[in-house]
Ligand binder design. Structure first.
Ligand code: ZN
Length: 457
């Protein structure tokens, strides 16, 4: 009534000015809020709660609608106490939490870069934090209840698992587009592991292509990890390589087999290092970059950054692990009566690798370096068949055992649906993934190989 009374008595000019002022205030308030919102870290729904809507909004199993929601990203060297005291939590409370919450969560374990959400009340002395939620990972969080009674508990966000299908055609020099196509790098690592015995991933060529069916986990639409890789079709050099996951009996992880039930595993890995490139092939005559002489090179050189783990390519027993002038630090392994392998120029031999020690395929025996006669970091991989050095890439090496006969019928039946799914996926040209190695420029090639490692495999 008072308002209308005043309005009635105001002339038109003053009214216009007042309306303009009110509009400005409203716009200013709106802008301030939006600036605050844009400066906080994501989760805009949660921010809107405190200001715009009073609809119940459940996050972390808590109705956020009665709180003012504040977000924070833990800074380097920041402690829990730093965060909480800013929100008017008494130091004695923080101290109590630090002592009592240890069994559930050690307050010293907060990591820079992780998110905190503070649910606050507004008081005359500012915002007071009533609950703090610390996100330990993309799925796991810890709730610190600071109102009424103090308590701490863990929670997990709801994870949605989806079956995904991706395909790609490998082209030259466009490997950067992997990210643009949103293919998880973790998936690529898994693909490389599954085909470690059959495909040289460092030698994939233009025109090679792949299709993959796998599970991916999402929290509110954001990918939080790769689940099981169910099936892959990799076409390399015009040849199809299938891999299907199959779980014998109650094995929760399973193993991979091809479309005929052969194991993907072979006696030897294709290479002693992951994600490298061959810088020099086995050859009976090559120009040596250090000695400047033409001489046989009876090994295969894999260039990789110093410190890259070197794996034993097959099960065996260490017969030499030492330093020699030309070999540098090296390890030699006897696999059986027929085969031996040797790995040269290591920066370091792995701990516990001594003559007589038994190793399994894939065990780390040392790290890439350039000790001995070497121009740059690489591992020179040597391969003996019946005491004669041969080119491992030219050997016809046997598969390990196929799936036992009693599982075969079940396996072949079980993969039919998945194989049909794979075959129905079309190779997408726009999912272009590739790498181009400038072989005349080792530094550039190594940089690209490293990038490639980080981005794809
Ligand atoms: Zn070599």
């Amino acid at each position: 009534m008072l308002c209308s009374f005043i309005f009635i008595r105001m002339n038109k000019k003053i009214l216009t000015a007042l309306l303009g002022f009110l509009l400005l205030v409203a716009a200013g308030t709106y802008l301030t809020r939006n600036l605050e919102w844009s400066s906080v870290d994501d989760d805009s729904d949660a921010n809107n709660v405190s200001t715009a809507s009073m609809q119940p909004l459940i996050r972390y199993g808590i109705d956020l609608s009665s709180f003012i929601v504040e977000h924070h990203v833990v800074k380097p060297n920041e402690f829990f106490a730093d965060i909480l005291t800013k929100y008017n939590v008494a130091y004695s409370t923080v101290d109590f939490l630090a002592r009592e919450s240890g069994k559930i969560f050690n307050l010293n374990r907060i990591k820079a870069g992780n998110k905190c959400t503070m649910l606050c009340d507004k008081t005359d002395s500012g915002l007071v934090c009533k609950k703090l939620i610390y996100e330990e990972s993309k799925t796991d969080y810890v709730v610190f209840n600071l109102e009424d009674s103090l308590y701490v508990y863990r929670g997990q966000k709801e994870v949605e698992r989806k079956q995904m299908e991706v395909s790609g055609v490998i082209n030259s020099s466009l490997y950067e587009t992997l990210d643009e196509n949103g293919i998880s790098t973790a998936l690529a690592v898994r693909m490389a592991d599954i085909f470690a015995w059959s495909i040289d991933f460092y030698r994939i060529q233009k025109g090679d292509k792949f299709k993959v069916v796998y599970d991916e986990d999402f929290v509110r639409g954001e990918s939080v990890g790769i689940g099981e890789v169910k099936a892959i079709l990799f076409n390399s050099g015009g040849r199809d390589f299938y891999a299907f996951n199959y779980k014998k009996d109650k094995d929760p992880v399973g193993d991979y087999y091809d479309e005929n039930g052969n194991s993907m595993k072979q006696m030897f890995l294709k290479a002693p290092v992951k994600f490298s490139r061959i810088s020099s092939h086995y050859s009976l005559k090559r120009f040596h970059p250090v000695t400047k002489q033409w001489k046989a090179h009876l090994g295969t050189d894999y260039a990789a950054p110093t410190g890259t783990p070197i794996m034993s390519t097959a099960d065996g027993t260490i017969i030499e692990a030492q330093f020699k002038k030309y070999n540098g630090n090296y390890v030699k392994i006897r696999h059986n009566g027929e085969y031996k392998t040797q790995y040269l120029h290591m920066s370091k031999i792995a701990k516990g690798i001594h003559p007589g020690v038994k190793v399994k395929q894939g065990d780390i025996i040392g790290y890439v370096g350039s000790t001995g006669l070497a121009t740059g970091p690489h591992v020179c991989y040597r391969f003996w068949l019946d005491n004669k050095q041969v080119d491992p890439l030219k050997q016809r090496l046997s598969f390990t055992e196929p799936l036992p006969a009693k599982y075969k019928a079940d396996y072949l039946r079980s993969i039919q649906g998945m194989k049909a799914t794979l075959d129905a996926i079309t190779y997408k040209e726009h999912n272009v993934v590739a790498m181009k190695l400038q072989r005349d420029n080792q530094a550039e090639a190594l940089r690209q190989a490293t990038d490639f490692t980080a981005r794809f495999f």
